[in-house]
Design a binder for this molecule. Structure first.
Ligand SMILES: NC(=O)c1ccc[n+]([C@@H]2O[C@H](COP(=O)([O-])OP(=O)(O)OC[C@H]3O[C@@H](n4cnc5c(N)ncnc54)[C@H](O)[C@@H]3O)[C@@H](O)[C@H]2O)c1
Length: 435
C-alpha cells in the first residue's frame, strides 16, 4: 500500500520504517527541517535500537522517503497516518495544537477521497472531530478517519511494533476497518475492531493501568519498609499469580517518560471536564510525585546537611535503551539536589541525554563513564537502571568514592553483593525502616 506518515518522531519513524520493511511504499512528512536534514543523511535524531539500520535499508530499497511538504507527501497515497506529538498542558489537558495544524494542512489538499488514521494518543472524540472538521473544511473532498492508537515502548519500539500484543482499530465503517486490517495483515497480530471513541480510550486506560501498577507497588514498598519486608520478594511472589503478572511491579522512584505521566494527567483532566471524581487515578499521580522525591530526601535524612556534598547520579534517560529525557525522574531529582546546593555529577551512556541535561543545569558535570562520575561522591543515586551498571566492580568503586553509600532508586542491585564490597545499600521498600 502507499502510506504517508505525518511526523517522524519515535512513533512516526518506527511506524514508517516497519511499514516500509513490510514492502509498503512509505513517505514521511516531517515539519522540523533539522530533523529532516538528519534523516536525509540516514541519521536518526534519537536513539532507538535497530532503527537506523531499518531506515537505511528501506530507503536503499526505495520504499521510504522523507519530505517537508504535506501535499506532495499525501498525494497518491492510500492511507495518511498522523503521529504528531500530543503533550500534556499545564493543567493536564491534551495539547492538540500539532494535530490541529495537521488538520488545517489536510483541509487544504486538492479535492479527493482520503483515508486518515490517528496513531497519536488523543482524547475520546478526537477522531470524530477530525472527520467532521475535514469533511466540512475540505471542499469537494471526502474524508474517513480511523483511530489506531500506538502501544510501542521506546527502547524496544521495533519489536513492539512488529510483535504488538494487539492492534486496536477504531472505525466508523467496515470498509475503513478492513483497509487498516489489510495493512497490518502481514504482521499476523491480534486485532480488535471497535468504535473510534473506545479505541481512543483503550490507550488512556491501558497506560493509566500500567501507571497504577507502579504506584500500587510503590505504596506496598512504603509498608514493606516499616514492616521489614522486601518489596522485591513481595512483587516476585505476587507475579506468580497469573491474574496479576510481573510486569510494571518494580518499586522505585516512579514512572516518567513521554507517555505514562501525560496520559494519566489527560485522563484525569477528561474526567474533570465531565465533573467526575477519579480518586484512584489521582492517587496514582500523587504517589508517583511522592516517589520521585525519595532519593534526595533520604540523602538529606542521612547526612542532616547535604549542602556542598558531591552526589553522583547514575542514569538520566527516563529508562534504559533510550536517550529521551521527557518527564524523566532524573530532571526533578537533579533539580532538587542542586536546590540543596549539592555538587551533582551525572553518568549516562547516551551523549544526547548528557547534552540535554547539561543544557538544563549550568552547574552539572556529565560523564560517559560511571566510575568517573562517582569520583569523590558522598553518595551514588541510581536513577536509570542501565544494564552496564549491573556489571559494576564495587570493590574498584569503593576506592573512588568519598563515602561508599548507594541509594538504589530502581532496586537494581543485590544488597549483599554491594555490602560485601563495603558499601551501605539503601533500596526502595527493602526492609530499611530507619529511612
Ligand atoms: N514515544 C512513545 O513511546 C509513544 C508510544 C505510544 C504512543 N505515543 C504517542 O504518539 C504520539 C507521538 O509521540 P512521539 O513520541 O513520536 O512524538 P515526537 O515528539 O517524538 O514526534 C512528533 C514528530 O512530529 C513532528 N511534527 C509536528 N507537527 C508536524 C506537522 N504539522 N507536520 C509534520 N510533522 C510534524 C515533530 O517535528 C516530531 O518530529 C503522541 O501522541 C504520543 O503520546 C508515543
Amino acid at each position: 500500500m502507499r502510506v504517508c506518515v505525518i511526523g517522524a518522531g519515535y512513533v512516526g519513524l518506527v511506524t514508517a520504517a516497519v511499514l516500509a520493511d513490510l514492502g509498503n511504499d512509505v513517505v514521511t512528512v516531517e515539519a522540523n527541517r533539522e530533523t529532516l536534514l538528519k534523516l536525509e543523511l540516514n541519521s536518526i535524531p534519537f536513539y532507538e535500537a535497530g532503527l537506523e539500520d531499518m531506515v537505511r535499508r528501506t530507503r536503499k530499497a526505495g520504499l521510504l522517503r522523507f519530505t517537508v511538504d504535506i501535499e506532495s507527501g499525501v498525494c497518491d497515497t492510500d492511507i495518511v497516518m498522523i503521529t504528531v506529538g500530543t503533550p500534556a498542558s499545564e493543567d493536564g489537558r491534551c495539547d492538540l495544537r500539532a494535530l490541529e495544524a495537521v488538520a488545517a494542512s489536510l483541509a487544504a489538499l486538492p479535492p479527493g477521497e482520503y483515508f486518515a488514521v490517528i496513531k497519536s494518543t488523543v482524547p475520546a472524540g478526537t477522531a470524530d472531530w477530525l472527520e467532521d472538521y475535514l469533511n466540512q473544511a475540505a471542499e469537494g473532498s471526502s474524508w474517513e478517519v480511523v483511530s489506531n492508537p500506538e502501544f510501542l515502548r521506546q527502547g524496544s519500539a521495533i519489536r513492539d511494533a512488529v510483535e504488538a500484543d494487539r492492534i486496536i482499530i477504531g472505525a466508523a465503517s467496515e470498509k475503513a476497518a478492513r483497509t487498516l486490517q489489510e495493512l497490518y495483515k502481514p504482521l499476523n497480530r491480534t486485532v480488535l475492531v471497535t468504535d473510534r471513541r473506545s479505541a481512543e480510550m483503550i490507550k488512556y486506560a491501558s497506560n493509566s493501568f500500567l501507571a497504577a501498577k507502579i504506584s500500587f507497588i510503590n505504596e506496598i514498598a512504603v509498608i514493606c519498609e516499616k514492616t521489614g519486608a522486601d518489596v522485591t520478594k513481595v512483587a516476585e511472589g505476587m507475579a506468580l499469580d497469573r491474574r496479576i503478572g510481573g510486569a510494571f511491579l518494580g518499586a522505585g522512584i516512579g514512572f516518567g517518560g513521554s507517555c505514562l505521566p501525560k496520559d494519566l494527567a489527560c485522563l484525569i483532566h477528561t474526567a474533570k471536564q465531565h465533573d467526575l471524581r477519579v480518586p484512584l487515578l489521582e492517587s496514582v499521580k500523587e504517589i508517583n510525585d511522592r516517589q520521585v522525591k525519595i532519593l534526595p530526601e533520604r540523602l538529606a535524612h542521612i547526612y542532616g546537611e547535604v549542602s556542598g556534598k558531591t552526589v553522583c547520579v547514575w542514569g538520566l534517560a527516563y529508562k534504559p535503551g533510550t536517550d529521551d529525557l521527557r518527564d524523566a525522574p532524573s530532571i526533578r531529582i537533579i533539580d532538587d539536589l542542586i536546590k540543596r546546593n549539592c555538587v551533582v555529577k551525572a553518568f549516562d551512556p547516551m551523549l544526547v541525554a548528557r547534552n540535554k541535561i547539561a543544557a538544563m543545569f549550568a552547574k552539572i558535570e556529565t560523564y560517559a563513564d560511571p566510575y568517573e562520575a562517582a569520583k569523590d561522591a558522598a553518595a551514588i543515586l541510581l536513577v536509570t537502571e542501565w544494564g552496564l551498571l549491573r556489571e559494576v566492580d564495587w570493590v574498584k568503586l569503593r576506592d573512588i568514592v568519598n563515602v561508599p553509600l548507594i541509594l538504589d532508586g530502581r532496586n537494581t542491585f543485590a544488597p549483599h553483593e554491594v555490602e560485601k564490597a563495603g558499601f551501605t545499600y539503601i533500596g526502595i521498600g527493602r526492609g530499611c525502616s530507619a529511612y
